[in-house]
Design a protein around this ligand. Structure first.
Ligand code: ADP
Ligand code: TRP
Length: 331
């Protein structure tokens, strides 16, 4: 049984792509491993959120994770700021993290470009905080997307450096459990290859979207200008609709629209209407659970407290041992 750690930044609602590309891996992993999944709210301070938004965003992620089936009895589900041990390990790791290597980090360079008015030390040391998140539980596996590869490489560097400096074999080398290149890629509604809220909000259907919103978004989905020669390659937008249908509609529905397309008689309006209804069937149970969970403060409080306690048991042991290794001794 491996120790698995992963964090998500509280940046809003989950869309269908997040569910199939990421959440489903978490659900599988929680069955087979000792998982620590947390909401990275310390990390999100690099962009200076206002307090009310910060809390609301953390709550959204917690509610949506639970609604998707993350089980607080199976995995340890916690909020990063409920584990101040992370901040201590971060401080200790920073002593052996070098400015040069932090400045060379791609995500830091990207931030200098996109938010030059707010290049704070938290951005520079983002990788040491992320390393602390991971090695505080002495994790072996980290399920993350491709974009986190470099951060994970730095985590290995910091873990190895600690081991070498103190001549111990204390931290394991965590490896990526990569789901960023999974076969499952949910396409966008905007004719793009991938549903993504970062590229374009309009490309995404969120699990929390109401039926009316889903219908509206589908009606606006990009197709082509009308009936084209069925023998010609399909436009990306049309391909996307068929792809989405293969995920969310029953096989005979898909077959029906394939058939009308081939016959040159497709009406995209009808296809979109049908697809919207099928997606609504898929998302409705999630949405109902989210609404119920969001209203159940007592349960959320219990889940967060239980996660904090389990995470604390693991983290406090690590920090105690690290302190000893470093040479902090009580008199
Ligand atoms: P977004 O692109 O909407 O900003 P994120 O980058 O926050 O989404 O996605 C978090 C994880 O969800 C990614 O690491 C990726 O594995 C998964 N994911 C996102 N979009 C898709 C998609 N369209 N299809 C499959 N998986 C996706
Ligand atoms: N940096 C990750 C992201 O942007 C979030 C994150 C923070 C994380 N700490 C982590 C992921 C530890 C995995 C493990 O998505």
């Amino acid at each position: 049984m491996d120790i698995v750690v992963s964090g998500v930044r509280p940046t809003g609602n989950l869309h269908l792509g997040n569910y199939f590309g990421a959440l489903k891996s978490f659900l599988k992993m929680q069955e087979e491993n000792n998982c620590y999944f947390f909401i990275a709210d310390y990390h999100s301070l690099t962009t200076h959120p206002i307090p009310a938004d910060l809390h609301e965003n953390v709550k959204t992620v917690l509610v949506e994770f639970l609604a998707c089936g993350l089980d607080p009895e199976k995995a340890t589900l916690y909020i990063q700021s409920d584990l101040p041990e992370t901040a201590e390990l971060y401080l200790l790791l920073n002593m052996n993290a070098y400015i040069g290597e932090l400045e060379r980090c791609t995500s830091f360079k990207e931030k200098i470009r996109t938010q030059p008015q707010n290049v704070n030390a938290g951005l520079l040391t983002y990788p040491t905080l992320m390393a602390a998140d991971i090695i505080i539980h002495r994790a072996q596996k980290v399920p993350v997307g491709k974009d986190q590869e470099q951060h994970l490489e730095m985590t290995r560097t910091f873990a190895n450096r600690f081991n070498r400096l103190y001549n111990v074999e204390y931290f394991p080398e965590p490896v990526a459990y990569n789901f960023g290149e999974n076969l499952v890629k949910i396409p966008g509604l905007d004719g793009g290859l991938k549903m993504s809220k970062s590229d374009n909000e309009n490309s995404s259907i969120f699990l929390a979207d109401s039926p009316e919103i889903i219908r509206k978004k589908l009606m606006k989905a990009v197709t082509d200008t009308g009936q084209v020669d069925p023998a010609q390659p399909r436009s990306q937008g049309v391909k996307n609709l068929f792809d989405l249908m293969s995920y969310f509609s029953p096989p005979d529905t898909l077959a029906h629209f394939e058939h009308t397309y081939q016959a040159g008689a497709i009406r995209y309006g009808d296809m979109k209407k049908q697809l919207a209804e099928d997606i609504i069937v898929f998302t409705s149970p999630f949405r109902e659970k989210m609404l119920a969970l969001a209203a159940d403060k007592q349960y959320l409080r219990k889940v967060a407290a239980m996660g904090a306690e389990k995470a604390h048991a693991s983290a406090s042991k690590t920090v105690r041992e690290v302190r000893e290794i470093i040479g902090f001794k009580s008199f």
